[in-house]
Design a protein around this ligand. Structure first.
Ligand code: GYE
Length: 613
């Protein structure tokens, strides 16, 4: 309690809380960062503010001003406008409600960079999103209860945060998805206690008969979990399993509650305050290769993992700044223009950052890629990174890397592994969103037609871009009975195979209105086939593809390709930043999602010269 009071006083002293008017001109501040906070009634948000303040202190001439919306989105909208008027250089906003505050954030983003933290908003009208994957957090809680239950019959009660909040919906979804097939685990009731300890305590006391008949209580934050514990203690009940979320430090923080055996487990939910300020400085100093989304890592904490957790802190790498950093990178092949640009970006970024790079190219052979990773383990590199050719078959070699204490970063594509801790970070694009964007463009472009016949040239079977781009596209197209995917074949992201597949489609189908290709190279192959068939690519048959390579812009300038959805291969700088951050002892986020755009042919001329790959 005393420490919180000190933090509070510190907070008031050092941060110009936004009640008083603030004239920028009167100080020699280099950067003024505005923070629009949702409320100050949750301990988690106080920790976020403190992290923001503490981190900002490590940058000279940076000042932070806070506004507290008191859980009212109307107030938050006014706060954002006021912060803008006070001359801030960048806004950090933790939304009260996602949908309602989206327009105000869009307005701010048209003027200055905006970092959205904690709750995602609709669309992409912001600079960067930072938060945990709440769906995964719900799954982690479900998995823990599954392990605890084994085959025993158990009854579970859930206590959620504010009913209409996005994190609650995602946690409930992940939790239920994990338990749905199990007949021995029964979710008997779910209450909302608005993230508040005392409200959870009251609910438990008011329904003590039901709670005393349960075996497990899952609360969406540690404060509420502690409230349940207090109600049980009052009723003399001490045989229930209680789990929470947040895992904050401090006397009433989740880590201490687990340590004391009050909670059986908690799932850490980093606030993102530190990350937000560090990334804000990257944005303000216009650093290269900035991501669009950062998902922070959430980890299950029980008494035993806590011991490991503390044993790992501070992660003493035993390195001196002089020690060269050695990165082993296992590339999957050279199948496309995109891939060649990706390889170049990684090699040049390693050179620029003075990182020693061991580079292997598996030429589209998974066995070779696994062998390359094994050779990096033997070479005792500091970090391993690879672009997984397909999504499965990596558990064994990744277990070997973990056993050797070498972190693994997945670059550009993801993997499916049983243990999510086998991969330290994913530096990837949002392939589902790319597929959705291609479909949105096509439906819009053909909105006056009522029978659009689409063929799809898919990527390498089993690879995440092929799986997700197909789903993202089909999920949107399926909403319109005017549009139909009449045929689909894989072209493995290779230009000539795109040509072969399109040639077959043209022989099989009398009328084709549009081609959806999972990458530009295959689309360029398809263009050749369409021309050979005596048709006009881009007009007789519309073509939309993904990557945004220069050749695609060339084809758009000639009117042969209609639209390309960007997927940046220039991952080198971000990968090297992640490697350096890790070696410097920082905890890396779970997922870093790259920034991307959509380029219809109308803008091809304008952007052609600025294309870097
Ligand atoms: O779209 C394609 C390449 O994995 C995102 O692989 C990458 C894809 C890219 O062959 O051109």
């Amino acid at each position: 309690m005393k420490k919180l009071l000190v933090i509070g006083a510190l907070f008031l002293l050092t941060a110009l809380f936004f009640s008083c008017s603030f004239e920028r001109e009167s100080t020699d501040i280099q950067y003024l960062i505005g923070v629009a906070q949702a409320n100050l009634s949750e301990p988690w948000r106080e920790v976020m503010n403190t992290e923001i303040l503490e981190t900002a202190k490590s940058y000279p001439n940076v000042r932070v001003v806070f506004a507290n919306a008191g859980n009212s989105w109307e107030k938050q909208e006014a706060d954002i406008d006021k912060l803008i008027r006070s001359g801030i250089d960048l806004l950090i906003v933790s939304p009260v409600e996602s949908r309602e505050i989206t327009p105000a954030i869009g307005r701010a983003h048209s003027l200055i960079p905006v970092i959205v933290i904690d709750k995602a908003i609709e669309g992409y009208d912001y600079s960067l999103f930072i938060g945990v994957d709440n769906f995964l957090v719900g799954k982690q809680a479900g998995r823990f209860i599954k392990r605890q239950a084994g085959s025993d019959e158990i009854k579970v009660i859930e206590i959620t945060g504010s009913a209409d909040s996005l994190p609650v919906a995602e946690r409930m979804h992940g939790f239920r998805e994990e338990l749905v097939e199990l007949e021995n685990i029964h979710l008997i009731e779910s209450y909302s206690a608005d993230w508040l300890r005392d409200k959870a305590q009251d609910i438990t006391t008011e329904n003590i008969d039901l709670f005393s008949g349960s075996d497990v209580v899952f609360a969406h934050n540690d404060a509420m979990a502690f409230g349940v514990y207090r109600a049980f203690a009052e009723a003399g009940i001490n045989d229930k399993i209680i789990i929470g979320i947040d895992g904050l430090t401090g006397p009433e923080g989740g880590l201490a509650l687990v340590q004391a055996g009050i909670l059986e487990a908690t799932i850490t939910c980093p606030t993102g305050g530190t990350e937000a300020v560090n990334r804000a400085m990257d944005i303000l100093s216009e650093r290269d290769g900035l991501p669009k989304k950062i998902f922070l890592r959430s980890s299950l904490m029980t008494q035993s993992t806590l011991k490991e957790h503390y044993a790992r802190l501070p992660r003493n790498t035993g390195r001196t700044p002089e020690d060269p950093i050695v990165l082993g990178f296992a590339q999957l092949g050279s199948e496309s223009t995109w891939r060649e640009a990706n390889t170049k970006s990684i090699i040049s970024a390693a050179e620029e950052s003075g990182i020693t790079l061991l580079f292997e190219n598996a030429e589209l052979n998974q066995g070779k890629q696994i062998a390359a990773i094994r050779s990096f383990i033997e070479a005792e590199v500091d970090v391993i990174a690879f672009a997984p050719i397909v999504s499965t078959g990596w558990d064994d070699v990744l277990k070997e890397a973990k056993a050797a204490g070498i972190p693994v970063i997945c670059s550009d594509r993801t993997v499916e592994v049983a243990d999510e801790t086998l991969v330290t970070t994913y530096l990837v694009a949002d392939f589902i969103e790319e597929g959705r964007r291609a479909a949105v463009w096509l439906v819009d472009e053909t909105r006056n037609r009522d029978d659009v016949r689409i063929v799809e040239i898919g990527g390498l079977v089993g690879s995440t871009p092929a799986i997700d781009r197909a789903n993202g596209f089909a999920d949107f197209i399926d909403r319109f009975d005017t549009h139909q995917i009449i045929d689909s074949e894989p072209g493995d992201f290779i230009r000539n195979l795109g040509y072969d597949v399109m040639t077959r489609f043209l022989l099989r189908h009398e009328r084709i209105d549009a081609v959806y290709a999972h990458n530009d190279d295959m689309a360029l192959g398809a263009i050749r086939a369409i021309e050979e068939a005596g048709l006009e690519p881009g007009s007789d048959i519309l073509i939309v593809s993904i990557d945004g390579v220069k050749d695609a812009f060339q084809a758009m300038k000639k009117g042969k390709l209609n639209c390309t959805v960007e997927c940046s291969p220039l991952l080198g700088p971000q990968l090297m930043k992640a490697v350096q951050d890790y070696v410097n002892g920082e905890e890396l986020p779970l997922r870093i999602i790259t920034e991307e755009g959509v380029f219809p042919m109308e803008v091809a001329k304008e952007f052609f010269s600025s294309r870097l790959y």
